[in-house]
Design a protein around this ligand. Structure first.
Ligand SMILES: NC(=O)c1ccc[n+]([C@@H]2O[C@H](COP(=O)([O-])OP(=O)(O)OC[C@H]3O[C@@H](n4cnc5c(N)ncnc54)[C@H](OP(=O)(O)O)[C@@H]3O)[C@@H](O)[C@H]2O)c1
Length: 303
């Protein structure tokens, strides 16, 4: 199991730290001595997550802060709070996500929910924190993508799936966009000589709440998802969190690196370098996406 190197003096922000992979990422970073901001959309679930971490690491330095990544005003308020406090941010784990709501759901900003949460909210957060990250010294950003990105397509003519909503397609698009953003930031940081590493990670297959949460969006009662399979190789959160932990903390990570499980089907196993699909590396794709996101969010990612 990957052991996170000492992180004393480092401050980390982990989105979606209330459960699943984000909670495990926060737990392991806190265990290695990082000060961790649990960025959550429910203070109650955030406090419960903090209690779970403290049960393992009584001296953990944790802050629970509210952010709804599907609401750009909330993302702005969260970023402002962090910036106002004047403290550095060294590590940003862009982890929170939603998968396959059965019906198209629109956010207060008029964006499709998966695009809003998985892409636009994280893009805006990253852009707003970028000056603080680049000033921190040895900063890292890790973007949680998925093997779904490998079959995704970014439909610039219908980014919000307003014309036709297909749940998995919209999810795959959002995760491909995360991978493209990770690489775009890495290229920029490299070209400008910034002390910043941007990398991507996918967890393989971990039976978290992701599947039922997505299927339950807009429903009075929780729903199971067909993707929750007992028969596919799957792993627990401790292993599933490894690619992101490696991307965030292994000393020799290259800018733009992409980590995922190295075992059968890329679903399980220790974190290893993964090749990004050709669809994520097309010339000009990152520029086009960043331009579209700047327009949709009103936030420029100035690197
Ligand atoms: N599990 C897998 O096999 C798998 C595979 C590939 C990729 N991933 C990716 O891994 C990441 C983590 O997923 P997980 O498996 O750990 O699922 P999870 O247990 O459902 O965790 C998702 C986290 O995101 C948070 N979240 C959702 N919408 C949010 C919003 N609008 N604002 C703020 N936080 C929000 C959730 O908060 P609440 O507690 O409030 O719901 C929760 O903490 C996702 O990006 C997902 O796409 C997972």
């Amino acid at each position: 199991m990957y052991e996170v190197p000492p992180q004393g003096g480092r401050r980390a922000v982990v989105t979606g730290a209330s459960g699943g992979l984000g909670l495990e990422v926060a737990r392991r970073l806190a265990g290695a001595g990082a000060e961790v901001v649990l960025a959550v959309r429910s203070l109650e679930r955030g406090a419960r997550a903090a209690d779970l971490i403290r049960a393992d690491h009584p001296d953990a330095r944790l802050e629970v802060r509210l952010v709804d990544l599907a609401d750009l005003a909330s993302v702005r308020a969260f970023a402002e709070e962090l910036l106002e406090a004047g403290r550095p941010v060294h590590l940003l784990a862009n982890n929170a996500g939603v998968m396959r709501p059965r019906r198209r759901t629109e956010t207060v900003d008029g964006l499709e929910l998966q695009f809003a949460t998985n892409v636009a909210g994280h893009y805006a957060l990253t852009a707003l924190l970028a000056p603080r990250l680049t000033a921190a010294g040895g900063a890292r950003i890790a973007w949680m993508t998925s093997s779904a990105a490998h079959v995704g397509r970014i439909d610039f003519d219908d980014l919000q799936a307003a014309r036709r909503y297909r749940p998995f397609r919209a999810y795959a698009q959002s995760k491909l966009a995360d991978l493209v953003l990770a690489r775009w930031m890495a290229e920029r940081a490299g070209a400008r000589g910034l002390d910043l590493v941007s990398a991507a990670a996918h967890p393989g297959y971990v039976r978290t709440n992701l599947f039922s949460n997505g299927a339950s969006v807009g429903r009075a009662r929780p729903r199971r998802s067909l993707l929750e399979s007992r028969w596919l190789p799957h792993q627990e959160v401790d292993w599933g969190a490894e690619p992101m932990l490696v991307a965030l903390t292994r000393p020799e990570v290259a800018n733009g690196a992409y980590y995922g499980p190295g075992g059968p089907g890329g679903l399980v196993g220790p974190a290893t370098l993964v090749r990004a699909p050709r669809r994520a590396t097309r010339e000009g794709l990152g520029d086009r996406l960043v331009e579209a996101l700047a327009g949709l969010t009103g936030v420029e990612l100035a690197l």
